[in-house]
Design a protein around this ligand. Structure first.
Ligand code: TRP
Ligand code: SF4
Length: 339
């Protein structure tokens, strides 16, 4: 058990999780939980970097994100789910790592850059006032991972530059203070970036183009009925091009067994877009069914979820303390034996 590698991954509690999260990371972490020691961080400190004015939102979404992980199939007997802000070692490590990264390197990080430009689009000038904390989130994410000897990190493609920065910090730390930290590797899912229903390259909460794991039939129906199809198809029997159609794109994700038929019928003009969307709604609800059943199980037992989070956090803390001890020794700040 002890020589199993550790996985560290997680989510910001800023809202419920959607299909982008599922295919980008959740699915992979569920598959891997049997093989590795899996730690799942509910990154409330990171969520606060751009939601510090909205503590209620972060608080409420701790449970939403826990429900979504459990609903996706994370087994609390195998994986350790914990809350970031309750692990003070992460904050300590963040302080030490902040010496090992330059401000210009952070500003050049493509993930941070695109998140900043997205904010500008959403909030205009207000988006320009980037805080020290937000700019530095790759540093604290490095602490999230290294505090648990995370060797493998399943993340979506958008997070790759952040992980690259983590690797740089780890290498720098180890070269100065001696081999101390594990240098993590990303695990990418094959469907690493899920497009939005509107055809946008990214599915995102703030983009309003996402299907949530907890969406009801009505919500799924409404969203799929509005999805972008082949714009050149005017009449029902016009031959279509599924490759430019978002409905087809989602059929590929959740209706694999019928994908050939959908494709051929579309190309031959034998399939109306409305019927095709109705099929997709059915397939989507079938896909979501087991996920939503598990969610309901946990929603009806909030005290069980509280226990899972408390015990997970306690276990995670033990591990972080062990790593912190190593860090203190190697940084020569282990002044008294007992601390
Ligand atoms: N940044 C990740 C996201 O936005 C969440 C996260 C926080 C994370 N700490 C992490 C992911 C550590 C992997 C490892 O989804
Ligand atoms: Fe898209 Fe289906 Fe219409 Fe073809 S028939 S364009 S796959 S919605």
């Amino acid at each position: 058990m002890e020589n199993k590698k550790n996985i560290l991954t997680g989510d910001r509690p800023t809202g419920r999780l959607h299909l982008g999260h599922y295919f980008g990371s959740l699915k992979k972490r569920v598959e891997l939980q049997d093989k590795y020691n899996t730690y799942i961080i509910i990154a409330d400190v990171q969520a606060l970097t751009d939601n510090f004015e909205n503590p209620k939102k972060v608080r409420q979404n701790i449970y939403e994100v826990a429900f979504d992980n459990l609903a996706a199939g994370i087994d609390p007997n195998k994986a350790t789910i914990f809350i970031q802000s309750l692990i003070p070692e992460i904050a300590e490590l963040t302080v030490f790592y902040s010496n090992l990264v330059t401000i210009s390197r952070l500003q050049r990080n493509p993930t941070v850059k695109s998140e900043i430009s997205q904010k500008k689009e959403l909030f205009g000038n207000k988006g320009e006032s980037v805080t020290y904390g937000f700019l530095g989130y790759p540093v604290s994410q490095t602490a999230d991972i290294t505090a648990f000897d995370g060797a493998l990190v399943p993340v979506g493609e958008d997070q790759l530059p952040v992980l690259e920065q983590t690797r740089e910090i780890v290498r720098k730390f180890n070269s100065i203070y001696g081999e101390t930290l594990v240098e993590p590797e990303a695990i990418l899912s094959s469907n690493t970036r899920i497009k939005g229903l509107d055809g946008n390259e990214k599915m995102g909460k703030s983009l309003g183009n996402a299907i949530y794991l907890a969406d009801s039939y009505e919500e799924v129906r409404e969203k799929i009925m509005k999805a972008v199809t082949d714009p050149n198809r005017i009449k029902k029997d016009d031959p279509g091009n599924p490759n430019v159609c978002m409905v087809y794109y989602y059929h590929k994700l959740v209706n694999e067994e019928n994908i050939k038929t959908v494709c051929e019928e579309c190309k031959k003009g034998k399939r109306g877009c409305v019927d095709c969307k109705k099929d997709l709604i059915e397939s989507m609800m079938n896909f979501l069914k087991p996920i939503q059943e598990r969610r309901r199980y946990y929603e009806e037992r909030p005290e069980l979820v509280e226990k899972i989070l408390m015990e997970g956090t306690k276990k995670a803390r033990e591990k972080a303390k062990e790593v912190m001890k190593r860090v203190r020794e190697n940084m020569k700040i282990d002044y008294f034996k007992e601390s």
